[in-house]
Design a protein around this ligand. Structure first.
Ligand code: ATP
Ligand code: MG
Length: 230
């Protein structure tokens, strides 16, 4: 299987701390790969390093081309989309304005976005700051989907959402994964079970497990040991 994203020996220092200590993994082309691990092990830092948002050392290849030294805007231009942990929607702007700001070169895929998120069309003129957490998450994902990406990095999209919305986000991720490869940070193992084919598990800045999602999730003691949940 070909890797759309190949990460090897990635190191990140933040302040005095050596946060990523030689992270290596491949993201196969197509489907969802879940990046898992307990709180504070470096999942977000890994995504930020891939986006060039923190100083990093190591090798990162996008479809065989190295991007580890590229600036963030170049990485975005090359087709890496990012939905950050804190969503980062512009609260004072409307839904439509948030989407317009995300437009890049090429034809923005409004039809696709509004088909996936019909509610956003109805709420186009509403200020994003007045939306619920779930709706803001939809805006954040919609923004990334507006452009054609080769891979989408999505950081904890279900965090803090009510169960019904978690299901809704999982449904959207399934649809998204039919269009583009997704690297997903996710704490909700039900969501992982539903959408992910492969898993990469981090522990204190290192990869401790790579394999099929089914295999890990079926092994309660391994889940408990690696993720600290049963
Ligand atoms: N700016 C910073 N300076 C120093 N340490 C930092 C900084 N930002 C994050 N860290 C530390 O880096 C480690 C990894 O953080 P990171 O946010 O990548 O973890 P995470 O796996 O995404 O956690 P969570 O599940 O809570 O989102 C944590 O121990 C955190 O305290
Ligand atoms: Mg995080």
């Amino acid at each position: 299987m070909t890797a759309i994203l190949s990460v090897s020996d990635l190191h990140v220092h933040l302040g005095e701390s050596h946060i990523l200590q030689g992270v290596s993994f491949d993201v196969p082309d197509g489907g969802v790969t879940a990046l898992l691990g307990r709180n504070g092990v470096g999942k977000t830092t890994t995504l930020r390093a891939l986006m060039g948002l923190v100083d990093r050392r190591g090798r990162v290849e996008l479809a065989g081309e190295s991007i580890q030294a590229a600036a963030t805007y170049r990485i975005v231009q090359r087709g890496v989309g990012y939905v950050p942990e804190d969503r980062d929607v512009f609260a004072g702007l409307t839904v439509a304005e948030n989407l317009r700001l995300a437009e890049r070169d090429g034809e923005p895929r409004y039809e696709l976005v509004y088909e996936l998120f019909p509610e956003l069309r109805q709420r186009a003129k509403q200020r994003a700051g007045t939306l619920s957490g779930g709706q803001q998450q939809m805006v954040a994902i919609a923004r990334a989907l507006l452009n054609e990406n080769r891979v989408l990095l999505v950081d904890e999209p279900t965090k803090g959402l009510a169960p019904l919305l978690v299901t809704e986000v999982a449904r959207v991720l399934e649809r998204v994964s039919e269009l583009t490869t997704v690297l997903l940070v996710e704490q909700n193992l039900g969501v992982v079970a539903r959408v992910a084919r492969d898993v990469v598990v981090l522990d204190t800045g290192r990869v401790v497990h790579i394999g099929p999602a089914k295999e890990l999730l079926a092994d309660t003691s391994m889940v408990n040991r690696m993720l600290g949940v049963a």
